[in-house]
Design a binder for this molecule. Structure first.
Ligand code: G
Ligand code: G
Ligand code: MN
Ligand code: NA
Length: 254
């Protein structure tokens, strides 16, 4: 269809951009960022990945775009390493399950690491539960190979997929991301509050970091802090922005 043709064109013309959303601690200090893909469409303007990631996945184009994202993010990480005001930042990159399942995924991303010389101990790969339903053993081996290089893994959208808590014991994860759908209802739904509270305790018991995403209000943040969550991402501390805007924000607050 039309959109598919446009996506192939976008790939050829490099109409992609990376936006970055701050991840902050209790003091409001930015400790890292999540890289988020945007499509700068010539007529439609900035298109959000919710609208085109599924199509990239069904057409198999996701691997190529995913590599572009990772390379760009690693290059940024390497560049930030040279500046005292940015060198502490971690960068989180979303990895599609389909991209992760490529037989040569590890080889290809190792090549990116070598090209960019990124400090891998500050790289986090965000994976989702759906990854493990298909290829659990294989996924574990790939993760271990990458972890040996210093890369960390974050489980995105936690609690929304077809999850089994067994993955948490079997996979070498470092962080849980509490999905925004739960976070946004902590103050209005006691069931949601219970889920978020349990997730924070679970993460802590398993020795995993935990971050809440989609934090929009001061009251949500206060609730999370009170329940033991010390890392936040969301509109409250900053929407996703291009790299220049991010850097300006970071130097102006510090
Ligand atoms: O940034 P936004 O809220 O529009 O993102 C919508 C969805 O697209 C989110 O679920 C996010 O995880 C996903 N997404 C954003 N950037 C990337 C990317 O680079 N790769 C993959 N696979 N997914 C992404
Ligand atoms: O699935 P993933 O966690 O990668 O998705 C992150 C998406 O959530 C991004 O598209 C980002 O634009 C969006 N997002 C980030 N913070 C907020 C927020 O506070 N509120 C809402 N509604 N969306 C957010
Ligand atoms: Mn994510
Ligand atoms: Na998420």
């Amino acid at each position: 269809i039309h959109l598919e043709r446009e996506l192939r064109q976008a790939l050829a013309l490099k109409q992609w951009q990376l936006y970055y959303q701050p991840q902050v601690n209790v003091d409001g200090k930015t400790t890292g960022v999540e890289a988020l893909l945007r499509w700068q469409h010539p007529e439609r303007g900035l298109v959000s990945p919710g609208e085109f990631i599924p199509l990239l996945e069904s057409t198999g184009l996701i691997s190529e775009v995913g590599e572009w994202v990772l390379e760009k993010a690693c290059y940024q990480l390497a560049r930030w390493a040279q500046y005292p005001e940015f060198c502490h930042l971690t960068v989180s990159v979303n990895i599609s399950p389909l991209q992760f399942q490529d037989a040569d995924f590890v080889t290809r991303i190792k090549a990116i690491f070598e090209r960019t010389k990124a400090p891998l101990q500050r790289l986090k790969l965000e994976v989702t539960e759906s990854l493990f339903v298909e290829a659990r053993d294989n996924a574990r081996d790939k993760m271990l190979e990458l972890k040996a290089l210093g890369v960390r893994f974050s489980l995105d959208d936690f609690g929304t997929g077809y999850s089994s808590l067994m993955y948490l014991t079997q996979l070498p994860l470092d962080q849980l991301k509490i999905d925004q759908s739960f976070v946004q209802r902590v103050l209005t739904s006691s069931a949601n509050a219970a889920i978020v509270e349990s997730t924070i305790v679970l993460a802590e018991s398993l020795g995993l970091d935990v971050i809440a995403e989609g934090v929009e209000t001061q009251a949500q943040k206060a609730w999370l802090l009170e329940h033991g969550c010390h890392a936040y991402q969301g509109d409250l501390s900053g929407r996703p922005v291009p790299v220049d805007a991010l850097e300006e924000q970071l130097v102006s607050v510090q």
